[in-house]
Design a protein around this ligand. Structure first.
Ligand code: NAD
Length: 798
């Protein structure tokens, strides 16, 4: 077994193979991508005089797949230039290269015969010790290698990625009967840490965990709707966020996955399970087969359960009427239960509200949930060892907010089991015995630890050392300081974490006050500070609503106070003589970026969307963001003669266009990453990694950086930037208001009206920021931009 995986080969460059290769290179693993050799020339190849023997033709499938990776949305690559870390090839000419890699992943068509013969060829060049895995969606791992040697079998397992691999957290690992347990535990750790995945261990049963239970749920839904006459729109209104599931609900999901693909997956269960009743559920309804026969397979073919139609007024969504097989304008669905669910908070609250407001839709919700909960309970032990694996698989693979057992607890285990039994449903014996033993839920929390039922008793959920849960620490009374916007939490080893907890983690006065108090606290009692939280996003920026209210009341002193408080808090944070590490995840915008930049180090999660977007709401960053960009540009200069202008131009363009990084790595391209900053793949590890960085700095004898003056481009450099903005305006690319904002940005970034090459203090630049910000607040068009963002969530170009 390799000590660590440093290189990989993916065989099959289709939808999954190419995107798995993209994820691997994004995780730092150079990857060989192989496919079959084409048997025909394309017209353009013929025209170019190529023959079937030419390497360009022989590698064509993989080469084209790599080219496509740069165009697909959502982007499979964290950064387009990473595409050149994938080497294309074919399985005839490059098979022997498989002996040089540490991990080989088979991602070819879902056919046992094809997979078996490919594995035979792989073994012919296999270097003992190399890990080999299959990305099958549901074919038996054991059958695939039945003809292979024992040594090969010991190194073979299933690694089932979900589509799209970069974004879907779930990875099912399926050990075969002979897989070496060390290989399983090594791959589990590796896929969690290096690939950032949420791993569940599945048993070698048809479709493994998520696709078995998820497909069952979809089959039950189809049957219920056909029997009771619900429409496509009605089912989707119930089975989306109202049930703690994604907006794509049932039928948008069918269309996205492809109805033909779905049939294939469901058929696999039908063909491979012994129980006749279960087989019956997975039998595809004739109407769905009919849709595929008509080519209505979903989005890839332009229509499925929904169809987008261009009309005079733009795009219209039409939904299929399963009675008439005709499409009609999609109808909005509402009812008392759906409304109650919409108003309720959190997934558990929404589901409870839906179920407890009796009407036609709460009936549907119950009739869909009941069989899925019972099915999940029946499958414990068969598809996975524990309820935790099943819950995680459904959350990470199907984006459900709650796994079936968590959901069951949320709606009241005893009460719902009683209702199920009254309605004649067969509740698995283990569930009945658990209730009879006096337990009220599958899970329980005790002193900040989570326990789950396993073979008739509570067992502690294994926590990974690298996952620090602030929520758990709160339950263990580790809060050091707290107010309505933020907490300071003791994360152990004399390190504390500043956690935002406002709505959308927007920064207001309470968070700023807490930043200041935290600095005092850390200075007195701790080794360092982490800035991170467990919100959906790290921080969407400063509290715009508050600011707009003050502006509309013409409370200019108040607006000035808000900026001063922001700037002073950031300066205080920057002045802390202990290590500070920020660990943003997902969205970190505007003020969220400014709260990270004073830190000594930023630990970016791979999926971080980072940018100073103030221009989009008619403002300029004034919490130290521009000052920090000017500082970073100045610090990057190798010597006093080096040209600062290109660096400042780049910052000007980034902020002027309110660019946001498309990943943690992309923050580097935008110029937000300093040399000490890092990117980690597993977002769940961010607080731990940030804490480790604090400890490392502390142990190395942290010396607080001395404040150096910042070199600026001055008035000559400002003119360069302003000329750029003027040309954009003349070309019709930006509006008058955009140009005004750009002028203000140029003024601050250039250091105002000083000679080129001057050195200025941080406070001087902060004053320029504040002045520019305040002047823009008085502009009607800026106020309109802010209002528009608050009401629609989208930028206004005025
Ligand atoms: P696909 O049809 O898009 O691609 C299959 C690729 O395999 C093609 O490029 C084909 O040329 C190549 N191929 C076929 N035989 C080959 C061989 N002998 N050697 C090398 N290459 C060969 O299929 P896909 O959707 O990428 O699925 C691939 C595998 O991943 C299947 O096992 C599928 O069940 C599984 N999977 C798919 C999804 C999904 O959403 N599409 C999700 C999870 C798992």
């Amino acid at each position: 077994m390799p000590t660590t995986i440093r290189s990989a080969a993916v065989i099959g460059s289709g939808v999954m193979g190419a995107t798995i290769a993209a994820h691997l290179v994004g995780s730092g693993i150079p990857t060989l991508l192989l496919d079959i050799v084409p048997t025909n020339l394309l017209p353009e190849e013929e025209k170019a005089g190529l023959s079937l023997d030419h390497s360009k033709v022989r590698n064509r499938l993989a080469t084209q797949a790599i080219a496509k990776l740069k165009k697909v949305n959502p982007a499979p690559l964290v950064s387009v230039e990473f595409a050149n870390r994938i080497t294309p090839g074919n399985i005839e000419d490059h098979l022997s290269q498989l002996s040089k890699v540490d991990w080989i992943i088979e991602v070819v068509v879902e056919r046992l015969d094809v997979k078996k013969s490919l594995l035979e060829r792989i073994e012919s060049v296999w270097k003992p010790g190399t890990i080999v895995s299959s990305n099958t969606s549901g074919i038996s791992i054991n059958e695939m290698v039945e003809d292979r040697s024992d040594d090969f079998k010991r190194h073979f397992l299933g690694t089932h990625f979900f589509n799209p691999p970069r974004y879907m957290k779930l990875l099912e690992i399926i050990p075969g009967a002979m897989t070496d347990p060390e290989v399983v535990s090594y791959m589990t750790r590796f896929c969690e840490k290096q690939l950032g995945k949420g791993v569940v261990i599945a048993k070698d049963t048809p479709n493994f965990i998520a696709n078995r239970i998820g497909t069952y749920g979809m089959m039950v839904t189809l049957r219920e709707m056909l029997e009771k006459g619900y429409t496509v729109e009605e089912v989707d209104a119930v089975t989306g966020p109202a049930l703690g599931r994604p907006k794509s609900a049932t039928f948008r999901t069918f269309d996205l996955v492809g109805i033909d693909t779905f049939i294939h997956v469901a058929q696999n269960v039908c063909d491979n399970v012994a129980d006749a009743e279960e087989r019956n559920i997975f039998e595809i309804p004739a109407i769905v087969r009919d849709m595929v026969a008509r080519g209505w397979t979903g989005e890839k073919n332009g229509q499925g359960f929904y169809k987008k139609i261009k009309s005079a007024s733009g795009k219209e969504i039409h939904a299929l009427n399963l009675q008439t097989m005709e499409y009609a304008l999609s109808q909005k669905v509402n009812s008392a239960s759906l409304e109650a669910s919409k108003q309720a908070k959190g997934a558990a609250g929404k589901i409870k509200a839906l179920l407890s407001t009796p009407d036609r839709y709460s009936d549907l919700a119950w009739n869909l949930l009941k069989p899925v909960l019972l099915y999940a309970a029946e499958k414990v032990g068969e598809v996975a060892d524990s309820i935790v694996e099943i819950d995680n698989a459904m959350k990470w693979g199907f984006n459900w907010d709650l796994g079936p057992f968590e959901l069951w607890d949320a709606i009241g285990l005893a009460r719902s089991v009683k209702r199920m039994e009254e309605e004649g449903a067969a509740v698995p014996d283990w569930v009945k015995a658990w209730l009879e033993a006096g337990h009220t839920g599958f899970y329980k929390q005790e002193e900040g630890r989570v326990f789950y039922v396993s073979r008739g008793e509570y067992k502690g959920v294994e926590s990974q050392q690298e996952v620090i849960s602030l929520n758990q620490l709160k339950l263990q009374n580790k809060i050091v300081l707290s107010n309505s916007g933020a907490n300071l939490i003791d994360v152990g080893d004399d390190v504390v974490c500043l956690q935002f907890q406002s709505l959308n983690n927007a920064i207001g006065g309470d968070i700023l006050t807490m930043i200041q108090k935290s600095v005092d606290e850390v200075r007195r009692n701790y080794r360092g500070l982490v800035i991170a939280n467990e919100g959906k996003n790290f921080c969407v920026g400063a509290n715009l609503m508050l600011l707009l209210m003050e502006i509309q009341d013409e409370e200019w002193d108040e607006v000035d106070n808000i900026i001063a408080l922001f700037q002073n808090s950031m300066m205080k944070l920057k002045g802390l003589d202990k290590p500070v590490v920020a660990a943003p995840h997902r969205m970190a915008l505007g003020g969220g970026v400014e709260a990270c930049l004073p830190a000594d180090q930023i630990v970016f999660s791979a999926e971080t969307y980072f940018g100073l977007v103030e221009a989009a709401v008619g403002l300029v960053p004034a919490g130290g963001g521009l000052k920090e960009l000017a500082r970073m540009a100045s610090d990057q200069l190798p010597n006093v003669d080096a040209d600062l202008q290109p660096l400042i131009n780049h910052a000007f363009e980034t902020v002027g266009m309110a660019k946001v990084s498309t990943s943690g790595y992309d923050a580097k391209r935008l110029g937000y990453m300093r040399s000490a900053d890092t990117v980690i793949m597993n977002q769940d590890y961010r607080i731990y990694e940030a804490k480790q960085a604090v400890l490392r700095m502390d142990q190395a004898g942290y010396v607080h950086p001395k404040e150096e003056k910042i070199r600026v481009v001055g008035d000559a450099g400002k003119a360069v930037m302003q000329l750029g903005a003027y040309s954009m305006r003349q070309g019709g690319y930006i509006s008058d208001h955009d140009q005004l904002i750009a002028d203000k940005l140029a003024h601050v970034l250039a250091g105002g009206n000083v000679p080129a090459g001057s050195y200025v203090t941080e406070q001087y630049l902060l004053d320029l920021e504040r002045e520019a910000f305040l002047s823009l607040c008085g502009e009607l068009k800026t106020q309109q931009r802010m209002q528009h963002m608050l009401t629609t969530g989208k930028p206004l170009r005025n």
